[in-house]
Design a protein around this ligand. Sequence first.
Ligand SMILES: *Cc1c(COP(=O)(O)O)cnc(C)c1O
Length: 372
Amino acid sequence: MKIDNHAAWIEIDCAQFRQNLTLIRQYIGKETKLCLPVKANAYGHGLKELGPIAENLIDYFGISCLREGIALRHVNIKKPILLFGAIDEEQIEQAIIHDLDITLSSLYKAQLVHAKAASLNKKCLVQIEVETGMQRTGIRIDSLPELIDFVVQSPYLSLKGIYSHFATADQAEDSQTHVQLQRFDSIVKHYRPLFKDVIFHIANSGGMAYYPQSHYNMVRPGILVYGYLPCLSNPILSQIKPFFTLKARITFFKVVQANQGISYNHQYRTASQTRIVTIPIGYGDGYRRALSNKADVLIHGKRYPVAGIICMDQFMVDIGQDNAYVGDEVVLIGTQGTQTITLQEIADKCDTITYEILCGLNDRLVRKYLNS
Ligand SMILES: *Cc1c(COP(=O)(O)O)cnc(C)c1O
């Protein structure tokens, strides 16, 4: 076993990833650009690995911090990269050097970026984010004209896009989303005739799937690309699947007598003599402690319950009178045989959303890329 091979790992099926991107392309059509959000290590799937695989299938990458943009450039990504969110003043120079599209949400920041670009004598690519209802970043609509004027007059700023972000588009037919769409639409109607090459975009996964009128010039689906936007009646989008499996190998087997406490605080007690196996993954890897006594795992295609508290690096499973031994493969999220443990099931048991579980699986877990 190689030194970096922890006995718990993530398998990524690159062929399914490419398939998901191809399906989205087919759904949005040729005229609409596709931006792939790869923030937070590509939703836990591996930024440096998925970036090069995706590059020829998409038009833009979306990231949330400078470090992620530099990481993409270091693996030789040439496509445009949009830095979502507000940039730190000290990071402007590196963003310009690495040709990242900086998001501007204020005149003040625009002036700083202009000054830095002038001092480097290099044009800075920028996109303007406008506030339509998320109340996160984004310039107020009434201040937008002043910011746009400044950007188009600066010889050091190149306006690539004007965009916004939905707050509630994960629900179809949501009235707040329609309010945001109306506000954005009036901006598009006003500015598109003036700026032919500027891209207008607002759609995240929910927007793209449930509000076709929100596609404009580009869509930015994240969670959908990774395979986790359920209840899709669309015949193309419904073919999108997860391409990630969380696995481990059993590291210990024992027989435990009746009425014994298992793991910290003895919250699980054996009803009768049973077989207990130990799995080498815990909350220190991102397999959350909230799953204690709640989650199931798959061994030999069958579900078994987590027995007791999840430790930092390990937990136990009660396999009753069944057989499973050291080295056998365990699926924690994904499919084995005919059984599946979905990410949604795990997220529900942690009282959170799929995104948070994905992002929480850290780099102690080696990612193995299949069909790459
Ligand atoms: C994260 C993010 C997205 C993608 O959101 P999903 O819900 O995963 O589709 C799109 N746009 C911006 C600005 C984001 O921050």
